[in-house]
Design a protein around this ligand. Structure first.
Ligand SMILES: O=C(O)CCC(=O)C(=O)O
Ligand SMILES: [Fe+2]
Length: 264
């Protein structure tokens, strides 16, 4: 107990000198082996997930031209009254701003907040299953309302807000798709940019009536840096679909860790 009533929570000290030298070495060796095994498992997991393949969309050059492969701009707009409500919400301080230097900056209104502030958005999203399944050519399902990224709103609003080059990680047991529906159409320099099947850089403007449907673990993509043009924001709805939206227990843990880092 410290004087003044505070508690002293200092960690118990392990006096290594009490252990014989050989014992000290074996404790050290076990720790090193444990860390190496952990790194090896992580490495195998990443390889298995395709992290070393930087041209995952290239096989699309062989796919029939009218089939969905990797990414497509589709004809879809959010209904006007929903869009107005989303813009109202984006103009409050709802959601959390996360800044990871050199990697990501922006505000995310997660599924739970979006459902509370605009319940009709989730109902509209649930109604998209049929249309999206038809485009993909395989039955897809909306993902769980418990996941923060299932039906979220992304707001780019401060100079330099962006997301660096990445593949989305697929934690689901089936294929995983994201649909980005723009709610603002002014040029804020922030554009969905990606490498296409011919390894060419492409940028998509936020166009009224168009949304971006993509298989994020196959398409290398980013959101370019926001430039402040008199208080305009870039606000988009981001919703998820999967051919099997169940998640294994270990992927659920990894997903939680990622969501804490990315969404706060
Ligand atoms: O805002 C965008 O256009 C892309 C967002 C994105 O890639 C993501 O949230 O993983
Ligand atoms: Fe992404």
């Amino acid at each position: 107990m410290l004087l003044g009533g505070g508690l002293n929570f200092s960690a118990p000290r392990i006096d290594m000198a009490r252990f014989p030298r050989s014992r000290q070495f074996s404790v050290f060796a076990y720790v090193v082996i444990f860390v190496l095994v952990l790194l090896a498992i992580l490495g195998l997991y990443m390889v298995n997930k395709g992290a070393v393949n930087y041209k995952r969309i290239a096989p699309c050059t062989q796919a029939p031209p009218d089939s969905f492969c990797g990414i497509e701009e589709i004809d879809l707009a959010v209904p006007d009254e929903l869009r107005t409500r989303i813009l109202e919400i984006a103009n409050t301080d709802a959601g959390k701003r996360v800044v990871i230097p050199q990697w990501k900056a922006g505000r995310t209104i997660d599924t739970q907040s979006a459902m509370r502030l605009c319940p009709d958005l989730f109902t509209w999203y649930k109604g998209l299953e049929g249309k999206i399944s038809k485009i993909i050519g395989e039955k897809v399902y909306t993902t769980s309302p418990d996941l923060p990224t299932t039906c979220a709103v992304l707001v780019y609003e401060q100079e330099g807000d962006f997301i660096h080059w990445h593949y989305d990680v697929n934690y689901f047991n089936g294929r995983f798709f994201t649909l980005i529906i723009p709610c603002t159409f002014t040029d804020t320099c922030t554009e969905y940019t990606y490498y296409d099947k011919n390894d060419q850089l492409q940028s998509l403007k936020n166009v009224r009536g168009k949304s971006i449907l993509f298989e994020g673990d196959k398409v290398f993509h980013m959101a370019t840096k926001f430039c402040d043009r008199g208080g305009q924001k870039r606000t988009v709805i981001s919703v998820q679909f999967s051919t099997d939206p169940t998640i294994s227990w270990y992927n659920r843990i990894l997903m939680r860790i990622k969501d804490i880092a990315y969404i706060g």
